[in-house]
Design a protein around this ligand. Structure first.
Ligand SMILES: Nc1ncnc2c1ncn2[C@@H]1O[C@H](COP(=O)(O)OP(=O)(O)OP(=O)(O)O)[C@@H](O)[C@H]1O
Ligand SMILES: [Mg+2]
Length: 398
């Protein structure tokens, strides 16, 4: 297409005013088609001239980057994230070519992970500017890490039976033999034997501790049998918060419930779901040593319900964030590090998902989504009278 315009340019002095007008209209049409294409691409594209001034930023780039877009402005003044402008300066001033650099940024209060590539635009062996493309890989990365966690858990589950056999059986045997030793020692009258009883007590305690670790571990990874019944998460949350109310008051934590009144019932095992909520509430409480605000909210989006448990506590460092669902990961002196492993497992068994968003020094938000099953979904979608409702319900059960 550009060849056509180049040829037309060489013959410009031979064209009539009307032909020039037609040429211009056609060029404008081409440009707007190009702009539509660029604005429809789900990747951010920035184009700079050789002096690093912005020539173009498509819609997606303006959405993904915190920026104040003005055509012709220097790239570093248009982009408002210091970390990203430093990266652009480093790369562009050195005429580097960078592919898929991953950079964190905050967009409207949410952490996003961007993959940014910078390529020099070369024409006739001369750098005439640069092309920058930006992809939002936040969801992709969190899907990958969820998958990794699920795989880790699956392999741990397979190991669990072996661990039970390998550790619990010898522990049982050690415990029995310690008791036999104590009985035998009780019959002896030798004075020197006195301290031995104390040593055996210590050994007994240690065996008991190891036994607890193994039992907790197995509980966290063993396949669980859910007894699914229709229930309302709001009721469960209200009951539980009533139950922990006094403790929260003592810890100077205000509990705020933002429950969606039209939340549909879901199929769940209440015992396990209570455990999930309690573990998350306890963790939030521990994170707010000096008191704070615990907000528990529910909502209903498409065919799932969402529960968010948000605290204003110490937050979780980025390094730790990747590990919190792993068995035994704890930063607490007396923690088992199995609480969130169990939470993760229970939610997965309910075909749900759990994600976490946290900022050090600000707080943490755990968000759970649970599916509304076909039957409940059909009931929600139905707008008719109660007789019709009963018919739909009956039909759904068949
Ligand atoms: N709301 C939160 N705020 C800050 N850190 C958290 C929060 N929830 C979890 N964590 C971090 O994740 C770690 C693992 O949590 P998990 O519930 O699995 O174990 P734990 O709380 O340490 O031990 P236990 O549950 O046995 O008391 C915690 O030690 C803590 O560092
Ligand atoms: Mg815990």
């Amino acid at each position: 297409m550009s060849d056509f315009y180049k040829r037309a340019l060489t013959k410009l002095d031979k064209l009539t005013a009307e032909q020039c007008r037609e040429l211009l209209v056609s060029a404008v049409g081409e440009i707007s088609r190009l702009e539509t294409v660029l604005d429809s691409i789900p990747v951010g594209i920035l184009v700079c001239d050789e002096n690093h001034n912005l020539v173009m930023a498509n819609k997606c780039a303006q959405r993904l980057l915190p920026m104040n877009y003005t055509e012709g402005a220097a790239l570093w003044t248009a982009v408002l994230d210091e970390h990203i402008t430093d990266f652009f300066k480093d790369t562009l001033l050195n005429s580097d070519r960078v592919l898929d650099r991953e950079i964190d940024t905050a967009l409207q209060g949410h952490n996003r992970l961007l993959s940014i590539s910078v390529l020099p635009l070369v024409r006739q062996r001369r750098i005439t500017g640069s092309l920058i493309y930006i992809a939002d890989i936040t969801e992709k990365r969190s899907r990958e890490s969820r998958l990794r966690r699920a795989e880790n858990l699956a392999s741990l589950t397979t190991l669990a039976a072996g661990v039970a056999h390998e550790i619990k059986n010898p522990l049982g045997s050690i415990s029995i033999h310690l008791q036999l030793m104590q009985k035998a020692l009780a019959k002896s009258k030798e004075a020197a034997i006195g301290p031995l009883n104390k040593y055996i007590d210590v050994l007994n305690e240690e065996v008991e501790r190891l036994n607890h670790i193994v039992v907790d571990f197995l509980f966290a990874v063993r396949p669980m049998t859910l007894e699914l019944r229709e229930g309302n998460i709001n009721t469960l949350i209200t009951e539980l918060t009533g139950f922990v109310n006094y403790e929260m008051e003592q810890s100077r934590i205000r509990v705020l419930l933002e429950l969606d009144e039209d939340l549909p019932p879901i199929l769940m095992d209440e015992r396990y779901m209570k455990q999930v909520l309690l573990n998350l509430i306890k963790n939030a409480q521990a994170a707010m040593g000096k008191g704070g605000l615990l907000t528990i909210a529910t909502s209903h989006v498409d065919n799932e319900i969402r529960i968010s448990i948000c605290d204003t506590g110490v937050g979780i460092s980025e390094k730790n964030l990747a590990k919190i669902f792993e068995p035994y990961f704890t930063t607490k002196e007396s923690g088992t590090g199995l609480g969130l492993t169990l939470v993760f497992k229970i939610i997965r068994e309910h075909q749900g998902e759990i994600s976490v968003d946290s900022r050090e020094g600000e707080g943490t938000n755990f968000e759970i989504s649970l599916p509304i099953h076909e039957k409940e979904h059909r009931l929600i979608a139905y707008n008719g009278d109660s007789a019709g409702l009963a018919a739909v319900s009956k039909g759904a059960e068949q």
